[in-house]
Design a protein around this ligand. Structure first.
Ligand SMILES: NC(=O)c1ccc[n+]([C@@H]2O[C@H](COP(=O)([O-])OP(=O)(O)OC[C@H]3O[C@@H](n4cnc5c(N)ncnc54)[C@H](OP(=O)(O)O)[C@@H]3O)[C@@H](O)[C@H]2O)c1
Length: 283
């Protein structure tokens, strides 16, 4: 199956997906037909399009023979040519963009990154809708993506979406009812993790460890712990208690954090983010 993929709005997230799909390793015989032969990116301004062109110049030849064309102000022409469309404009611009291409987009598969845009809202334009919530580490291949599909999306289309999106890092499928939570946990998640990292760094600095070394320690502790959790498959509390010597430093530190509401602060903060995401969808 030869097809063209359109990326409408090739900014931070659009470029992350473009890089991931273009630079994906050689597909297997079972998955090679899921890759586009051509990707067309379409932005609003010439200036931002030049950035995309410069990015593409840094790419080596695509292992799956993907070609890229970058343009701007041509959403209609680009969508007409495409079979699958990634919508990666800011959510507040999505209506204007979609209304402008309504007749061209019908019956095509749309992969929407727009936070707060529900499957129902997107089904006004086409019945084949995959909603994706991802995050900025996707730019470096360490992203997370949560995917929810409309009921009309066919099995082959689901495979295509997962195959294209998985190269940003990791992807899982969840029902749409979990999308507001995923918007906060996954989409905003890097900001929450950075708050933790920054706090750890600052604790190091406060106690006399220089900034560079504090940063190095905080990064490696978070990276190492996440990897350990993934490798062992254990529950965090099991690994946490392995570090707690009776009467020792770790349990003292943990108890003080509990007294200061760290855990409930994180949970309430992530819930608040999800509540705001839910309101976005109702606007
Ligand atoms: N950034 C995040 O952390 C994050 C996390 C999760 C989800 N998301 C979702 O990802 C989506 C994209 O966010 P982003 O951060 O990548 O935004 P961004 O960097 O601002 O990129 C949006 C792109 O849309 C283009 N655009 C604007 N109007 C357009 C039009 N009429 N036709 C075609 N393209 C147009 C812009 O081009 P010009 O510059 O030429 O105007 C820009 O390149 C959003 O819906 C957001 O909800 C983002």
């Amino acid at each position: 199956m030869e097809y063209t993929l359109a990326i409408i709005g090739c900014g931070v997230m659009g470029q992350a997906l473009l890089s991931a799909i273009y630079n994906a390793p050689k597909a297997t015989p079972e998955t090679e037909n899921l890759y586009p032969s051509k990707i067309i990116t379409c932005n609003h301004n010439e200036e931002s399009t030049k950035q995309v062109v410069e990015l593409v110049k840094t790419f080596k030849k695509s292992a799956n023979g993907v070609e890229v064309e970058s343009t701007y102000g041509e959403n209609n022409r680009v969508i007409k040519e495409a079979k699958v469309i990634i919508l990666a404009t800011k959510p507040f611009l999505a209506k204007q963009v979609l209304d402008g291409v309504k007749s061209e987009i019908q019956n095509k598969l749309i992969i929407s990154l727009a936070a707060g845009w529900t499957i129902d809202q997107l089904c006004d334009y086409t019945h084949y809708v995959s909603r994706v919530m991802t995050n900025t580490p996707a730019k470096y291949g360490f992203g997370m993506a949560v995917i929810a599909h409309s009921s009309s999306v066919k099995q082959e289309q689901k495979k295509l979406v997962s195959e294209l999106v998985r190269h940003i890092g990791k992807c899982i499928e969840l029902p749409e009812k979990n999308m507001d939570a995923a918007t906060s946990l996954v989409g905003s998640g890097p900001a929450y993790a950075l708050l933790m990292l920054e706090s750890m760094m600052e604790s190091g600095i406060k106690m006399g460890i220089p900034l560079k070394e504090s940063r190095e320690c905080a990064i490696q502790v978070l990276k190492g712990t996440a990897s350990m959790l993934e490798i062992t498959g254990e529950h965090p509390s099991v690994l946490k208690h392995q570090v707690c010597t009776p009467g020792g430093t770790t349990i003292a530190g943990l108890c003080t954090m509990e007294e200061n509401g760290v855990r409930s602060g994180i949970i309430k903060g992530i819930e608040e983010g999800a509540a705001v995401a839910a309101r976005l969808g109702k606007k």
